[in-house]
Design a protein around this ligand. Structure first.
Ligand code: AMP
Ligand code: MG
Length: 407
């Protein structure tokens, strides 16, 4: 039954997955929930910014030509922030007190900051030279009406939210975030916190997958644990197929009781491949149920996390509208040699550090897929192609950084 011809190379597998992962529809979302979301519309300026000529400083609105050093100007009015300048004008020989942001009155062609003046009864004395245009923020000098300010596809940052708010937007269209159902399978599993016999394994995968899903802004939905029997798996997989994406962990290797494959086929999941030429996470399968992605990851915690990282995460990012979905590969110099005896793409957990000699990397420990602590210590993944059987100390290796480097 298990067809080895469906083994895909890493790149083939990732391409197949990305071809079938499309951005979800757009939805209107309120300002307060927008950070990190991907914009599905174009934001152009509805008006000039600033919207009117205004003062950059607390001070006095003047006519520059009236201002010699120590000129004395009669203070003929006051425009606080938020006030309208209509009806107020700067007549020759006078000044108008003005606050930061307030509209510049008629006749004014410069602002003298308060610290460059001295107030003397009902007059102000100019104590520093003034040039035309000083401390005036002109209408449209920052942004012009109709200017494209945030292109579709942008991941919104706090500064983008500021701009949207200042354009008086309360909601904007962003791509919907997928709900991702997570199913742990295996008779040996118990939930964290439950009493476990010496033969039972605590379901940790569901939680690391949920964390990785939340971290990128998608919505995890834990389905709990399915037993290795038809009834339990059918019920849980049926529930999972209602989500936008289903991820199962375990039950896809060659063990006798690994029924996931059979149930998925029965549930009309069209499998695109069953295995990928990678290590860890070789037994990763991908299928489609009415166009919705279904991933089956291996049960081993390190394998499930690396399978998610390499094959699921890019797809979820694409569904959320992101266009840069792969972690960039950066080069680091090896402190000690790395080996790949697998004839597959090999992911090695490494420690990367920043030094005066550039980025240096070394193995984070035992690379056996059963060893979780190596992954805990790692901040990056070295990616060795099938052909890279050995990279020597002093040579460069491609790295995906998972966490910031501690320099
Ligand atoms: P399998 O893919 O079913 O052969 O499982 C491989 C290994 O991963 C076994 O040691 C399982 O006990 C373990 N495992 C399976 N599912 C989980 C899980 N949800 N959390 C932690 N370990 C698991
Ligand atoms: Mg199992």
């Amino acid at each position: 039954m298990k067809d080895s011809s469906s083994v895909k190379s890493f790149t083939e597998a990732r391409n197949i997955i990305l071809e079938h992962a499309s951005p979800l529809e757009a939805e209107p979302i309120a300002l307060l929930s927008l950070v990190g979301r991907v914009l599905a519309e174009e934001i152009t300026a509805p008006w000039d910014m600033p919207r009117w000529d205004n003062s950059e400083m607390d001070g006095f609105a003047v006519r520059a030509s009236d201002c010699q050093l120590f000129s004395r100007l009669k203070v003929a009015g006051y425009i606080p922030a938020g006030a309208i300048a209509e009806g107020i004008s700067v007549k020759p020989g006078t000044a108008v007190r003005i606050m930061t942001g307030a509209p510049v009155p008629e006749g004014c062609d410069a602002i003298v900051p308060i610290e460059n003046t001295r107030v003397d009864e009902d007059a102000v004395i100019i104590q520093k030279l003034v040039r035309t245009g000083d401390y005036i923020r002109y209408c449209g000098s920052d942004i012009s009406a109709e200017e494209l300010m945030i292109p579709a596809g942008t991941t919104l940052r706090p500064v983008d939210i500021n701009l949207l708010a200042s354009f008086s937007r309360r909601t904007v269209q962003v791509y919907r975030r997928p709900e991702v159902a997570i199913l742990s399978t295996g008779d040996e599993l118990v939930a964290p916190g439950e009493a476990a016999t010496s033969a039972q394994i605590i379901d940790s995968n569901a939680y690391s997958l949920a964390a990785a899903i939340s971290e990128i802004g998608a919505i995890p939905k834990l389905l709990g644990i399915a037993q290795d029997n038809y009834e339990s798996l059918r019920e849980k997989i049926g529930q999972g197929l209602k989500a936008d994406v289903l991820i199962t962990s375990a039950g896809v290797s060659s063990g006798d009781r690994d029924l996931v494959r059979e149930i998925l086929e029965g549930a009309e999941v069209a499998q695109q491949f069953w295995k990928v030429a990678i290590k860890p996470a070789g037994p990763t399968a991908f299928g489609l149920n009415a166009g919705k992605p279904v991933f089956s990851l291996p049960g081993n915690p390190v394998s499930s996390m690396i399978g998610f990282e390499q094959l699921v995460r890019p797809a979820l990012l694409k569904m959320m509208g992101h266009t840069r979905v792969l972690r960039p590969l950066i080069k680091a110099t090896l402190k000690t040699a790395l080996h790949n005896e697998t004839t597959k793409t090999r992911f090695l957990r490494v420690k990367v550090e920043k030094t005066s000699a550039g980025l240096l990397a070394e193995s984070a420990g035992d690379q056996n897929t059963g060893i979780l602590s190596t992954m805990i210590r790692a901040n990056g993944i070295a990616v060795l192609s099938a052909e890279q059987t050995e990279i020597l100390a002093g040579e460069e290796v491609d790295i995906q950084l998972l966490n910031p480097i501690n320099s």
